[in-house]
Structure formats: structure tokens, C-alpha cells
Design a protein around this ligand. Sequence first.
Ligand SMILES: [Zn+2]
Ligand SMILES: [Zn+2]
Length: 623
Amino acid sequence: MLNIIPSFSLHSLKPTGGISVNVDGEGQNPPGDSVTLENEVLKRWRDLDIIDRLLEHNKGNEYFRFLEGPPTANAAPGIHHVFARTVKDTVCRHRNMKGFYVPRMGGWDCHGLPVELSVERKLGIENKDQIEEYGIEPFIKQCRESVFTHIDLWSRLTERMGYVLDLKDPYITMKDSYIESVWWSLKEIWKKGLLTEGHQIVPFCPRCGTSLSSHEVAQGYKEVEDPSIFIKFKAASRENTYLLAWTTTPWTLISNVALAVNPDEFYLRIAYKGQEMILAEKRAHELLKEGEYEVIQRITGSDLEGMSYEPLYNFIEPEKPAHFITTADFVTMEDGTGIVHIAPAFGEDDYQVGMRYDLPFVQAVHPNGTFKEEVTPWKGMFVKDADELIIRDLDERGLLEGVHMYSHQYPFCWRCDTPLLYYARRSVFIRMSELRRNLMDNNEKINWYPSNIKRGRFGNFLEEVKDWNLSRERYWGTPLPLWRCRNGHEHVIGSRDEIRELTGKDDIPELHRPYVDRITFPCSECGEEMKRVDYVIDCWYDSGSAFFASLHYPFENREEFERQFPRDYIAEGIDQTRGWFYSLLAVSTAVFDEPSYKNVICHALVLDGEGKKMSKSKGNVVD
Ligand SMILES: [Zn+2]
Ligand SMILES: [Zn+2]
């Protein structure tokens, strides 16, 4: 029997007076203090090889199947990791002592924007153009080198807190074997018809130059104050008559192509301050004082459909008929005026209206979030910075009916803290919305602690689940294994062997950009050249694949995978309900239609002095 509790005398547990700052120095503290004691214990564990023996303990017995969530090793660990790891360790040790064999493979999350951002900073690079100039190959080499900058700190933390974890043979998401497993799973998803590319409204970080997934967005909401304005759109065929609309994003007015009203609500034409104004009846009661206006006519929203108005701005000439009233059910009587301004390039609802009415697509904004050349007065300006100037311009032209500051939740990039914009972009999606039922059924098989998360925070998220925006217009990540010819035929490569079969050679040094970008082969349907669709994938998909990719399944370890699926236990902070808890369930549902874990402990977060969540990217961690 293994003696896992080192023996020490009661005397050595006595607390000492002062706090020692010399936590790492050995033998420099008075004997009997906690630091000396800790060092003694660590030495004893090292001498007796305790961690390795615990990892082997009960081998041959029944498994307790734990999965370690992979941290990114390019940032230093903080005190919040100690807490999280204690929760993991306690349960695993208990099961181990109860006679179970508990493999505990360590893991490292290596891809994605966090790594790219740190390399950009190091190289003094500010945008994607500069990365292309620098070269993708040297850039990803830098990324690979930077991944393990802080691995010694992580190893030291692991040892010092006595966390039993196998760091000798960890899974590493940037290794070819891991990527190959991820490719295999994406091919499975593609074969089911769940991987599609389309023009969709996606949350987009103008600084990082890429779109984000909805679960990434869910992590970065902040309360902000934005201007909300009432704007007067002049009716085209009627003198001195205005349609009163409301918006919280004045910068999107440049791309306005229509207005929307609710077809089933009543609207009023009123005399107000010497002019005629049209707005929803219910909103008029809210916004205007009695006696301040006189009702001229009461009509329904559908009566207004098709009515033309004069555009506020003519910087970009629309290529199709525009600037008329449309009807849409999403127009509510909760706020605003009951008349919504429509810019299909910048909102999901707007986009749908645009499709229904065949509206033109006016995009006045560059992917980096600045106005295009055509928008002469504000060209090159970050759109949100232009809000104030646009408001002033409308005011000077007598088209502004009111401004007030409005505080609401607005999404920011979870990595670089830039306000996100909603853009129509081409993106590759996993159609998770089609798997909503399966996700919810699989969630029913999971035991959550605390139990209210299951149908609350997590269940609610699943009920509203959106398609997973998988593609990132970036460099350092698992390349999306999707190839396409110019006739639109598609092929997904699912293994290294398949590259050999299709190209007749195997000269790719690794499964990363730019090497995989060079793989071409003839289309099996039309013979044209197949080229890779040059995205990398969301790094949350990488970590969500850990339950099989860590074993290089299905290329190796098939039996071991069977033994370890599904995992018995995972534990992370509550912020992972939209992060790893979700991506693990999403990948296993899409590929295996089973949950990948059976029990989950969802613990509270460690906050900083201001009550904010400790996080590497915010730099507010305590070492
Ligand atoms: Zn960003
Ligand atoms: Zn083809």
C-alpha cells in the first residue's frame, strides 16, 4: 500500500508569526515555519516519486475517467488556477483512494488569438496586413515558440500545490496527431451535412480582423453608455412629413436602405411642432405629452408598407430599389418609436428583411471598423468614434428629434477588449441549431453540480443555441480542412493518409498554415483544382475535442478511447458554461451524439479587489 500522507510531527504544523516572502528559497527560513515545511514535503514527494506512483496507483482496476481542461501555457498561472485545480484534484484523489485507477493526462491549449496577440505585441505588429508582410511562416514559428513561454511557472505551480497530473506526456493541441484527430471529427460533421459556409451576420472584432462565435461573445459583455437618437426621415411624396425612427447605432445610418414597421400595430400621423410626424400609437403615448400633438390619422403598419422616404445620406449609391417602408414582426412597442431603421449589412434582423424585400446591401465600413473612402466626412474613422459627429450633422440639418444616453450591455472582444461590430461576412458554420434537441437530450444525461446550472445557465444557453461560427480569418490555429474548386465542389480532408491519396505525395512538414495552404488536388467531380478555404478554426473547437484528440483517436488508442468515453468527471469555473463545457458537449453531440462527460463541478470564480473575474487576458491575476 502506498503511503501517500508524508508523516510529520504536530510540532511542525504550528503556525508561525510573520508572513514569509521567501517562498522559494530553501533552508533560509527558521525551521518549523510553513515555507520550510512545504519545501520539506515537496522534497520528500520528489525523493519518493509520489506523483508518478499516484498516477500508476490502482492500474488494472476500474477506471475513474477524468479530463483535464487545457490551459494556455503562454500566460502565467494565477491564484484562480490553484482554486480550480484543488477542486479537480480532491475528487480525483478521493476516487483513487477508493480503489479506482485515475489517469490524469495534462493538456495544453496552444492555438488561437491569445497566442497571436502576444506575438504581435512582441514584434510590434498592429494588424493583419503587417503579419502578411512579415510572412505567415515566420509568424507561426514565433507563435509556436511563444506557446510554452510560461510552462516552467505552470510546472512549478503544479508541483508546489501537489496537483497530481501527468505532465510527462500531455496532450498538445498544436501537435500534428491532435490536429489530425480534429480533422477527422470535422470530416464526420461534414459528412452529416452539418458543416456549411454562408453569408451571415457575425460578431466581428475589427482589431483582430476576424469573426467570433456566439459563446465567445457571451464572455465579453460590458455595460456601456451609447447615444440613442430619434431621427426624422423625410417622406418622399409628402411635404413637411417625417417618419420618426430610433437607433442606438448612429454609425449604421450611413448604410440605411429601409425602415421597418410592425404590420399589426397602429401608427399615428400627428401634427407636432408645426410638422407632420408618423410613429406608433403606443409609442406616441409613451414619448409625447398629451396636448403636445394632434392626431391627424390612425393607420396600421401594413398601410405604411411601400411608402418611400428620402435617404439621410447618399455616399453609396444603392444598386437596387431602396428607401421605403417594410414590415417585420420583430418591431416591438417596447422602446423606440415603432419604426426601425434597417441596414442589412449590420444586423441579423436587418439582413432577413433585406432578403425578404430584395434590398441592396450597402456596406460603408471596412473590416477594420473604419468608414470607407466614399463616406467623405468620416472616412478612415472608427465607426463608433464617428457617432458624435453624425449626430451633430443630423442636428444641423434639422433631422434630429432627440438624443439621450442609453446604458446597455454591449459585447467586447474577449481577448483584446475592442467593441465588436455585427457584420455580414462569409463564414463556415457547424449547424448546431439543428442539433438543439440532441444537445438538450445529452445535457439531461449529465449530472451538474450545482444542479441549477443544468437547466438554468447551461440549459438556457442550449435552448437558444446558435450555429457555431467555426472559421477564423487568422493564422495560428488548426487549419479548416475544407477544399473547394471554382465550381463550388467541396471536399474535407480527414487524415494525413488522405493528403497522400489525393496529392500523391507527403511533403507537408506540419498540419499548419502556410504549409496546408499549398495542398492542391484535382476535383473528383469536375477536374478543376481544389484549393483550401483559408480559414483556421475556433480554438474552442480544439479544446472541445480533447476527449478523443488527446488519444489521437481514431488513428490510435481505439480501445483506450472506448475505456475512457464518456469521461466521469470534469471541473472548471462557471465561466466555462459558454466555453469548454459547451464546446465539449457540442463536439461530442455533433460527432458521437453522446455527451462526453457524465459529472461536472462548476465552481465559483476568484475575483480581484474590484470584484472583477480574474483572467489572464485582463492581467488582474495574483501570482
Ligand atoms: Zn479582438
Ligand atoms: Zn469541381
